[in-house]
Design a protein around this ligand. Structure first.
Ligand code: NAD
Ligand code: IPM
Ligand code: MN
Length: 368
């Protein structure tokens, strides 16, 4: 049988820097665990714009559709800020999500014991934290029509439209309930049903799916603004949170900081199963291209490494090796290896991006 295929899109800024570490880890799994992937690499974001004049070429889009999984670094950066909206780096990523129909974006936030002191919150609030945010990823205000900047009378007006169909809500709700059954069996759905009709429909449909198909799962509803507050007040009250595209974007950055750094948070974006039974899938860190530290070897590669662990688990049925990789990261952190974003006190010496990658490889070696 052919090896599973993995399309790697490093992108911009720190994307290629963190992806270089993941490449080492992919090679390690090939050499030491016999998990050989058919890896190809291509351009996305500003890097694709520089070569093709578009942030994602049709050829790359077609490759992504064919791949068993896609692994992406990050896109964007100040160099591209003045570009026309239609060719901005972020449009490349949004095209991938939309055309691959990756409607369910899993953003776990877990607190590693070694970092329990590091969060901006008190230790007892985050020690042992393990929550999963399920963000709807292909609809809502990110894609709704009408949209644009128009002239009305003598002034400009910017318009975006929040729009959700019943089926779009139902499918992401199912994905959250399925996950909950394999975890703490609790789902909290977040919207603004108090001010938005789309929120009213969201709440109704999530409740209906629950009552018909998942009555065994504990379901609660919360307004998203209260949800943001509760995430900081007592995050351990949550197991799975399901929410829309924009609230999910904001709430997951907030949850990232619970774990200590945005450089720690991985994600999986999943669609419907393909003919081979695997879900269409793209894996990427939650963070962006971090222009402020790009090119300096300072980036924390762990979010991208843990995104590959999610690929092992969700696309390649290698749960044991996903655990192995996550444990290696845990060990490195327990040993006190820290990139600059995880430094607590002045005077500590951070390791570089590639030293962090090497430390993870050493911990993987020790796991054999
Ligand atoms: P960002 O996530 O790039 O950076 C926010 C802050 O977190 C910065 O101070 C950065 O240095 C730090 N940070 C992020 N990742 C880190 C890591 N791995 N290690 C250490 N520190 C890290 O967000 P931003 O500055 O708002 O956006 C920069 C660019 O990235 C924008 O063009 C934005 O559109 C894009 N972006 C892309 C993605 C993506 O590709 N998925 C996600 C978010 C933002
Ligand atoms: C994310 C990012 C993206 C989003 C941008 C870069 C399109 O912030 O993946 O969280 O808003 O979804
Ligand atoms: Mn975001």
């Amino acid at each position: 049988m052919a090896n599973p295929s993995l399309l790697i899109l490093p992108g911009d800024g720190i994307g290629p820097e963190v992806m270089a570490e993941v490449r080492k880890i992919i090679d390690w799994f090939g050499a030491k665990r016999g998990l050989v992937f058919d890896v190809s690499e291509d351009l996305v974001g500003g890097a694709a714009y520089d070569v093709h004049g578009v942030p994602l070429s049709d050829e790359t889009m077609a490759k992504a559709q064919e791949a068993d999984a896609v692994l992406l670094g990050a896109v964007g950066g100040p160099k591209y800020d003045k570009l026309d909206f239609s060719v901005k780096p972020e449009r490349g990523l949004l095209r991938l999500r939309k055309e691959m129909d990756l409607f369910s974006n899993l953003r776990p936030a877990q607190c590693f014991d070694a970092l329990a002191d590091f969060s901006s919150l008190k230790k007892d609030i985050i020690a042992g934290l393990d929550i999963m945010i399920v963000r709807e990823l292909t609809s809502g205000v990110y894609f709704g029509e009408p949209r644009g900047i128009f002239t009305e009378g003598n002034e400009r007006v910017g318009i975006n439209t929040q729009r959700y169909t019943e089926s779009e809500i139902a499918r992401v709700a199912r994905s959250a309930f399925e996950l909950a059954r394999r975890r703490g069996n609790k789902v909290c759905s977040m919207e603004k049903a108090n001010v938005m009709e789309s929120g009213i429909l969201w709440r109704e449909v999530v409740q209906e799916v629950h009552d018909k198909e998942y009555p065994d799962v504990e379901l609660s509803h919360m307004y998203a603004d209260n949800g943001a507050m509760q995430l900081v007040r007592w995050p351990k009250q949550f197991d799975v949170i399901v929410t829309d595209n924009l609230f999910g974007d904001v709430l997951s950055d907030c949850a990232a900081m619970l774990t200590g750094s945005l450089g720690m948070l991985p994600s999986a974006s999943l669609g419907a199963p393909m003919a081979n039974g695997r879900p269409k899938a793209l894996y990427e860190p939650v963070h962006g291209s971090a222009p402020d530290i790009a090119g300096q070897g300072k980036a924390n590669p762990i979010a991208c490494v843990l995104s590959f662990a999610m690929a092992l688990r969700y696309s390649f049925d290698q749960g044991n090796d996903a655990d192995r990789l996550e444990k290696a990261v845990e060990k490195v952190l327990a040993d006190g290896v820290r990139t600059a974003d995880l430094m607590q006190n002045a005077g500590e010496t951070p390791v570089s991006t590639s030293q962090m990658g090497d430390a993870i490889i050493a911990a993987l070696d020790a796991s054999l």
